[in-house]
Design a protein around this ligand. Structure first.
Ligand code: 2AM
Ligand code: CA
Ligand code: CA
Ligand code: CA
Length: 260
C-alpha cells in the first residue's frame, strides 16, 4: 500500500490547483446549467474540476475506482481491493453561483473498503479540513483539531436543510425549537466543518455519497456521531437522510423524531 503521506501530498496539490481554477473563473467565467430542476445546478467549473481530479487520480494511482458527482462512475466500487475515491468537485454549487462563498471542494478515499482520508476545502476561506483513520486525527490546514465539546441540543445551533424545514420533515421543527436556533448554509461540506468546529451541535439533510463521505470520515475521527435519521449506520453508497451530531445532541434528536 502506498504510504498515506504520499497520497495526502498529491491530494493537497490537486486541491490547490482546483482552488486556482475556481478563483480564476468565479467572477467572470461561470456557465450555469440545471440538472433535475431549477435549484439543482452544475457549472463548467464543477465539470472541469471533476475531470481534473479523475485525470490526476488515474495518472498517479492507476488501480483506483472513482465515483464523482458530475458523472464519473467506475463499476465495482466498494468490493474493490484497492483505492476507491469519491469526489464532489464543488459542494454548494448554488452558493458558488449566488454568494461566491460557502462552498467546498471535497474528496473521500477508501482502501479495501475501509475509510482512509477525507478532505473538505473551504475554498474562499482557504481552510482545508483533512485527516481520517490514516493519521488518526483531523487538521485545519496545519493545525490539529480537538474533538468538539459534547453540546446538548438546547446549548447548540442546529444545521438544517431547507427542504426538510419547509415540509416539517419527521418533526424537524420541534428539534429546531428545542435547540439554540437553526442555521441553513446550503453546503453539506461547510455544515460538517461547522459541527466539527463546535459551531453547530448537529446537521441533518438528505445527502448523496459525495455529499457526506468526506465529512463522515472526518467527523467520525473526531468522535462525532454520523447516522441515518432512523439511527442506523450510514451505508457508504446510499443516498439517505444523514445526521452528524455530538453524542448528547443525537440522543435528544432521535427521541424527538421517534416520538413524532
Ligand atoms: P451540491 O451543491 O454539490 O449539489 C444544499 O443544497 C446541499 O445539498 C449541498 O451540499 C448540495 O450539494 C446538496 N444537494 C444534494 N442533492 C441536491 C439537489 N438535488 N439539489 C441541490 N442540492 C443538493
Ligand atoms: Ca449538485
Ligand atoms: Ca454536494
Ligand atoms: Ca457538487
Amino acid at each position: 500500500m502506498t504510504a498515506w503521506k504520499e497520497i495526502d501530498q498529491h491530494v493537497k496539490v490537486w486541491m490547490n490547483y482546483a482552488r486556482k481554477l475556481i478563483l480564476a473563473q468565479i467572477k467572470t467565467d461561470v456557465q450555469v446549467s440545471t440538472k433535475s430542476g431549477p435549484n439543482d445546478l452544475v457549472t463548467n467549473v464543477d465539470k472541469e474540476i471533476e475531470e481534473y481530479y479523475v485525470k490526476q487520480i488515474k495518472l498517479f494511482f492507476p488501480n483506483s475506482l472513482i465515483l464523482g458527482e458530475e458523472g464519473h462512475k467506475d463499476s465495482g466500487m466498494l468490493k474493490h481491493q484497492g483505492y476507491f475515491w469519491v469526489i464532489d468537485p464543488i459542494d454548494g454549487t448554488m452558493n458558488f453561483v449566488k454568494e461566491q462563498e460557502n462552498f467546498a471542494s471535497m474528496i473521500a478515499i477508501y482502501y479495501n473498503g475501509k475509510p482512509l482520508l477525507g478532505y473538505i476545502y473551504d475554498v474562499m476561506k482557504d481552510k482545508l479540513f483533512w485527516g481520517g483513520p490514516a493519521c488518526q486525527a483531523v487538521y485545519c490546514n496545519n493545525e490539529k483539531l480537538n474533538s468538539p465539546a459534547n453540546l446538548s441540543l438546547k446549548d447548540g445551533l442546529f444545521g438544517a436543510s431547507c427542504p426538510m424545514v419547509l415540509r416539517n420533515y419527521r418533526g424537524i421543527n420541534e428539534v429546531i425549537s428545542k435547540s439554540s436556533g437553526a442555521r441553513i448554509v446550503g453546503s453539506a461540506g461547510i455544515e460538517f466543518i461547522n459541527v466539527m468546529s463546535g459551531k453547530l451541535c448537529a446537521y441533518l439533510s438528505f445527502l448523496r455519497p459525495w455529499d457526506y463521505l468526506p465529512g463522515k470520515i472526518l467527523a467520525e475521527t473526531l468522535g462525532l456521531i454520523v447516522k441515518t435519521i432512523d439511527g442506523e449506520p450510514v451505508n457508504v453508497l446510499s443516498s439517505t437522510d444523514v445526521l452528524v451530531a455530538t453524542d448528547n445532541a443525537q440522543s435528544e434528536i432521535f427521541k424527538i423524531i421517534n416520538n413524532y
